[in-house]
Design a protein around this ligand. Structure first.
Ligand SMILES: [Zn+2]
Length: 321
């Protein structure tokens, strides 16, 4: 049973889902940062012996004391903290290079200072990245990125939803993105160097440069079109289908980078009267139901090697993976 696995979680607060759905939140409270989801996630990881990589929106560590306290417990437990940008601007790639650089550097500094750790990795908001983002990461001392999500079905569903929102006059902060980044990258880790950031979605290149980043694509290669197996469907699709997808993913070679979001560890009851419960289909599943599905999934991964992306980055050989 040899299969390398990395469990990753994007810690997006409730407010970012509201922005996607075109709702501007009036209050500062955040059900995901301040509710039970974080502790439930840590408990599950402890139970199934998972050391995960948590991608954190750095500005929120300064705004939410509960988030900072939870992150300090996560560090104690051996989880890795990485950057999910400073402000989670879905339009990051549309910004000037200087602004991109500032976001990338600021997020690293805040996380390192507030949590007393070293930050090595980055995941872009909304999976949208660009040569400028890679250059900024290379210049500011990151050693890996995990933003590419090569799932065309995801890309087209997102496009469709954004078009529909336009038609009904809802203003979403999400971005269409570049289809090539969703359609072309490899599924297993590869290196991006200073000379090839322009073609970051062409993986499988072995670069030996003074400054290079390892890209860990979020794996999405089920079937012909690349259906992803991520937290969103693990907590809401039929169990038989998830088991089938998981078994077939475990048979593939190369590292499996799995993506979850903090919202996957929340339950419908956490949202109370919030409209998000109606807008986001996976937010309608009660926690009792989700915890069974998640346990089922982590049980299937027992016996396989699960490390943080930071650890895999140190141990993977460049050529073989
Ligand atoms: Zn995010």
């Amino acid at each position: 049973m040899h299969k390398e696995i990395a469990i990753t979680v994007d810690l997006d607060g409730e407010q970012y889902y509201r922005k996607i759905h075109g709702e501007i939140s009036e209050n500062d409270a955040d059900v995901l940062y301040e509710g039970p989801a974080f502790q439930r996630m840590l408990d599950l990881f402890l139970q199934y012996n998972v050391k995960a990589t948590l991608f954190v929106i750095a500005d929120d560590v300064l705004r939410y004391r509960t988030l900072k306290e939870n992150l300090l417990s996560a560090v104690e437990l051996g989880h890795e903290i990485a950057s999910h940008s400073a402000s989670h601007d879905y339009g990051l790639t549309k910004q000037a290079s200087s602004k991109i650089f500032e976001e990338v550097v600021r997020s690293k500094q805040i996380l390192e200072e507030e949590l007393g750790i070293q930050v090595h990795g980055f995941r872009a908001p909304g999976y949208n990245t660009s040569p400028q983002v890679f250059n900024a990461l290379l210049e500011s001392g990151y050693t890996y990125d995990s933003s590419l999500f090569s799932s065309l079905p995801y890309y087209f569903v997102r496009r469709l939803v954004l078009y529909l929102y336009r038609v009904i006059g809802r203003k979403s902060s999400s971005l269409m993105g570049d289809w090539r980044a969703f359609g072309k990258p490899g599924q297993i880790p590869y290196r991006i160097g200073e000379q090839n950031t322009q073609k970051y979605w062409h993986g499988l290149e072995d670069v030996n440069q003074a400054r290079s980043l390892r890209e860990f694509p979020i794996r999405a290669d089920m079937g012909l079109f690349g259906i992803p197996l991520i937290g969103t469907n693990i907590v809401s699709w039929p169990s038989w289908l998830i088991r089938y997808m998981c078994r077939s993913q475990l048979r593939q070679s190369g590292l499996w980078t799995v993506e979850f979001h903090l919202i996957d560890f929340s339950g419908a009851e956490d949202f109370g009267l919030s409209e998000l419960g109606q807008l986001q289909f996976d937010a309608q599943v009660p926690w009792d139901d989700k915890v069974h599905r998640l346990s089922d999934f982590f049980l299937m991964l027992q016996g396989y090697e699960k490390k943080t992306l930071g650890e895999w980055n140190k141990t993977l050989k460049t050529k073989s993976n």
